[in-house]
Design a protein around this ligand. Structure first.
Ligand code: B16
Ligand code: MG
Length: 214
């Protein structure tokens, strides 16, 4: 039985995935590297530094470590610029109701995100108190698809991995959940998120009117 639900942040609880896309596209444009929606899909759930490596590889661009740090910082500054307008209205449909329903059913709630900006985002959305445990990009050594972030969260929740359900919008994140031995529901397009146990278009589809139990 499912005892804990671990939520990804960007693209699952809040619509920040689009801001990441805008910021990376801006980086790619400045570096004269083509950047498509499909490229963006590959960056979802992946850490900032690994994402930059992907963009540079695509452009066959080599760069010194210092310069990489500058571009990563620039991307984050642009991303934070987009985030400055963030508020509770940016919570994705069904997020609040689904979490409330799980809590009522006695399911523990975790956060498993690659983002190092998670603190700011949770604060802006005023949802810090939703989580029994939260693990973000500053607390792990490996990025998704490595299972570290989800295993660490399960450990903090005192729930065995096989009793955890992960909610994820990215291919890398779904692979991370499966690598952790967890169940995973993909949020998005079922033709893209083929490795998930099940795919829905949004959390609202998981609400009890349509579902019997977690
Ligand atoms: P930051 P998630 C991930 O968050 C994003 O999906 C990914 O696009 C981003 O590069 C990564 O966080 C790192 O974010 O630059 O804010 O540290 O989907 O795992 O919640
Ligand atoms: Mg995500």
């Amino acid at each position: 039985a499912i005892k804990a639900a671990i939520f990804d942040l960007d693209g699952v609880l809040v619509d920040t995935a689009h801001y990441h896309y805008l910021a990376w596209r801006r980086v790619a444009e400045r570096l004269d590297i083509p950047f498509t929606e499909a490229d963006n899909e590959r960056l979802k759930g992946v850490s900032r530094s690994q994402s930059l490596e992907y963009v540079l590889q695509k452009g066959k661009e080599s760069m010194h470590a210092d310069e990489k740090r500058e571009w990563a910082a620039r991307k984050n500054a642009w991303y934070l610029e987009y985030l400055s307008a963030l508020n509770e209205s940016h919570l994705l449909p069904g997020a609040r109701a689904y979490v409330a329903w799980l809590k009522k059913a006695g399911v523990r709630i975790g956060l498993g995100t690659s983002s190092k900006n998670a603190g700011v985002i949770l604060e802006r959305l005023r949802i810090q108190d939703w989580f029994d445990a939260a693990v973000d990009g500053s607390m792990v050594a490996q990025t998704k698809p490595d299972p570290e972030v989800f295993l660490k969260c399960a450990h903090l929740l005192h729930v065995r991995p096989e009793c955890c359900l992960v909610l994820e919008d990215s291919t890398a994140g779904i692979q991370a959940a499966k690598n952790a031995g967890m169940k995973c529901i993909g949020i998005g397009d079922k033709h893209v998120l083929t490795e998930a146990d099940r795919v829905v278009s949004g959390l609202q589809e998981l609400l009890p009117s349509k579902e019997a139990s977690p």
